[in-house]
Design a protein around this ligand. Structure first.
Ligand SMILES: [Fe+2]
Length: 336
């Protein structure tokens, strides 16, 4: 049944090849595996893909400035906070796709079809097992406890991954508690927030702190790095999925939406649908260590080793709506 369905889809993709010669993608992602995937799309549909890569903020500004004159057809970016921002800025247009609605879980896409998540990542605790035991860890909330003083590592609050995590906490616990949490975690940090998620893990491995808050795929990237030092960092660390007994671990997505000024809407929709096929979904776990959004796609051995987990089922749109509240909480809490 599934095979028939996918065969039908690829026929459909093939038949509409003449609709657009080139699709222009503005992408914040910078993975070689994305390029290989887009080549596959071209092979199947005859539609060429041109990718313009830049920082997330720069892409949004560019789309705003270009308006109807934009050459872009699709925007790809990470984090629901950014996708929501793009919708609010008026640079995306909604599409109705029964295929995407069936494939992408309802909480991982915009309710009106402005954007769709196509990979998932969990924001987890990574720890040094020689200094922390698994049973000492439980929830994000617990990181506010005095026992973690001087032991936590996490990047700046200017980063959208932290903003979305705090948005989820505001939704669950209220603004006041979220602000108090941010204040306590700031006090518990081993150093002022700096660097990337990968830098936090390097600092744990170097003994600067004991627990880092990071996105799962960065551990995968360290573990599979060309750099022997980074592989050694990953080998020293363990993953803990927080909040398993209640709302679940915070997850977010990389997602895509069709640009409001696109002249190739049908081809752009085919492209988004392609990202949700079994073929595309099964590339991500092994290539970028992101989780698929479609159920039943096999995880990479490394992800299987980290283990299954309960994910927070909050609608990611809600994280976008709460983003400015989260930024305010961080500022009040003194988390730079
Ligand atoms: Fe990232």
């Amino acid at each position: 049944m599934k095979a028939l369905f996918l065969y039908g889809l690829s026929l459909f993709l093939f038949c509409s090849a003449s609709l657009a010669d080139t699709l222009t993608i503005y992408s914040y992602r910078h993975y070689e595996s994305d390029v290989l995937l887009f080549d596959k799309f071209t092979e199947e549909t005859g539609i060429d893909v041109k990718v313009v890569k830049s920082k997330a903020g720069a892409l949004l500004e560019r789309l705003k400035a270009e308006g109807d004159q934009t050459p872009a057809d699709v925007l790809i970016t990470s984090d629901a906070g950014r996708l929501h921002q793009a919708r609010e800025a008026g640079v995306l247009q909604p599409i109705k796709s029964p295929f995407l609605e069936q494939r992408v879980p309802v909480n991982l896409r915009d309710p009106d079809g402005y954007w769709y998540g196509f990979t998932q990542r969990a924001r987890v605790l990574v720890y040094a097992p020689d200094r922390v035991t698994e049973d000492e860890l439980s929830t994000y909330e617990d990181l506010a406890a005095a026992e973690w003083r001087g032991r936590l590592l996490v990047r700046s609050s200017a980063n959208v991954y932290n903003q979305s995590l705090l948005s989820a906490m505001i939704d669950s616990n209220g603004k006041e508690q979220a602000r108090e949490w941010a204040q306590a975690v700031r006090k518990n940090m081993a150093r002022a927030p700096q660097g990337s998620d990968r830098d936090q893990m390097r600092a744990v491995a170097a003994g600067l702190g004991d627990v880092a808050i990071v996105n799962t795929y960065y551990l995968g990237l360290l573990a599979n790095s060309d750099n022997q030092k980074d592989r050694a960092v990953a080998a020293q660390l363990k993953v803990f999925f927080p909040n398993q007994s209640a709302r679940g671990t915070h997850v977010n997505v990389s997602g895509a939406g069709i640009v409001a000024g696109s002249d190739h809407v049908e081809a752009a929709q085919q492209f988004l649908e392609y990202l949700a096929t079994d073929q595309a979904q099964s590339v991500f776990p092994g290539a970028t260590f992101e989780y698929p959004v479609v159920a039943g796609i096999e995880w990479s051995p490394l992800q299987q080793k980290w283990g299954t987990f309960k994910a927070d089922a909050i609608s990611l749109t809600r994280l976008g709506e709460l983003n400015s509240d989260a930024i305010r909480c961080f500022n009040l809490a003194g988390w730079e």
